[in-house]
Design a protein around this ligand. Structure first.
Ligand SMILES: Cc1cc2nc3c(=O)[nH]c(=O)nc-3n(C[C@H](O)[C@H](O)[C@H](O)COP(=O)(O)OP(=O)(O)OC[C@H]3O[C@@H](n4cnc5c(N)ncnc54)[C@H](O)[C@@H]3O)c2cc1C
Length: 381
């Protein structure tokens, strides 16, 4: 067992960390207040190769392992959680397309994702189907040799920035087996967008995508018709570990700020860190985040070794965002009234990180997966 990153992974962490602190962190508050990324940010992320992480080299990508991808996402999250989402989407969708596309599809789809010319969204959730995503209702109605997509997707991160989306729609019977995945260009003539007004991650562009008869053909199908949910979705198994690492990074950043404050702020003639009631909660949250980080990386290590990451990834996903929310909350209390104001970084981190308790499945959804693995389907909820 080896808990160390490789030299290459450490270099990646250093490089992305420096970029994030120089080019993202100084703009975090303004982007949040404006509800959008600063102009030019997406192009800079592309130039840094951050959309190319999981795209194979032959299509212009960096073909990194999932551990390295988690490292890069964590560095971005520490600077501004909102910035992670288009990078996360490119890693997930790029990886899924690479695993399921034909050579002709990959040659067309992947180079623009790697370069950042194509910004991708993952469009699964609908107004009436989130946790029960297998029952989505968006229709792909037969039309000549192809289909037309009609219906609404909502809560789609980066919806306002995306040029393309991996869209799940119903081509057949009820339930998971009637769902097909399509990789589509979000043509303004057939797709309306609306940004949602959120508690946190306000510059991340979460929104609604309303499809009004978008024509799609067999060349847009990812995998096979009817296999979108049962096969293509399998490629997203590591997503929950990535999101857990993003949550841990937000929690750690807030704790670091609180630890610094505990050494500087004096009360009753001494640094507040000398009070056990200040220091010990920080120790407890640092411990929880450390452990949550290890479970998350364990999931990615398993995936990189060709194994099934679902058990540790789902354990991480119910726990890490909760641990992060609690850690940021404690950091806020450590700052006293200085933590309560939007003038400091902690309030925004708290608003932002709560979203990760919902994104890609609630704690209940992930515990269901863990329960089925631990207890067996016959004995689990
Ligand atoms: C920040 C953020 C980013 C997101 N990004 C995307 C994205 O890019 N693309 C996308 O498609 N979606 C995205 N989502 C949507 C997200 O995947 C859903 O919010 C999530 O799957 C939960 O679905 P829901 O919100 O419809 O809640 P519901 O399914 O309505 O659940 C409501 C409550 O009931 C509980 N519940 C539901 N079913 C069960 C059950 N069987 N057992 C026990 N409890 C249950 C849930 O835990 C929850 O507490 C995002 C959401 C957020 C907040």
């Amino acid at each position: 067992m080896d808990f160390a990153f490789t030299d290459t992974q450490n270099e990646l962490a250093e490089r992305v960390g420096k970029f994030a602190q120089a080019r993202i962190a100084p703009h975090t508050r303004q982007s949040d207040a404006r509800g959008s990324y600063r102009p030019g940010l997406l192009a800079e992320l592309g130039a840094e190769g951050l959309f190319a992480l999981r795209v194979p080299r032959e299509y212009g990508g960096r073909e990194l392992d999932t551990v390295s991808t988690g490292i890069a996402l964590a560095e971005l999250a520490a600077a501004d959680l909102s910035v992670c989402f288009p990078v996360l989407n490119a890693a997930l969708v790029g990886g899924v397309l690479a695993a399921n596309g034909t050579p002709a599809q990959l040659a067309e789809w992947l180079p623009p994702i790697a370069s950042g010319q194509a910004i991708v969204a993952l469009a699964l959730t609908e107004p009436t189907h989130g946790t029960d995503a297998a029952n989505i209702e968006m229709r792909a109605e037969p039309d000549g040799d192809g289909w037309v997509l009609t219906g609404e997707k909502t809560s789609i991160m980066a919806a306002v920035y995306a040029t393309h989306a991996l869209v799940f729609a119903r081509t057949g019977e009820a339930g998971a087996h009637g769902v097909t995945a399509f990789y589509v260009h979000l043509d303004a003539a057939h797709v309306e967008r609306e940004q949602l007004t959120d508690l946190g991650c306000r510059s991340g562009g979460r929104g609604r995508l309303v499809f009004d008869g978008l024509p799609v053909g067999t060349r847009d199908v990812v995998g096979a018709p009817g296999r979108g949910f049962v096969e293509v979705m399998r490629g997203f198994a590591v997503s929950r570990a990535y999101i857990s690492l993003m949550a841990v990074a937000v929690g750690r950043a807030a704790l670091d700020e609180a630890i610094g404050h505990a050494g500087r702020r004096e009360a009753f003639g001494q640094p507040i860190g000398r009070f056990q009631s200040v220091a010990f909660p920080l120790v407890e949250h640092a411990t929880m985040l450390h452990a949550a980080r290890l479970v998350s990386y364990e999931a990615l290590c398993v995936a990189d070794a060709g194994g099934d990451p679902r058990l540790p990834a789902n354990m991480a996903k119910w726990w890490a965002p909760k641990a992060a929310v609690e850690a940021v909350h404690q950091a806020l209390l450590t700052f006293g009234h200085l933590g309560w104001t939007e003038e400091g970084p902690i309030a925004q981190r708290l608003r932002d990180v709560i979203g990760l308790q919902l994104a890609d499945g609630t704690a209940a959804a992930t515990k269901l997966t863990v329960a089925r693995k631990l207890l067996g389907r016959h004995a689990a909820p």
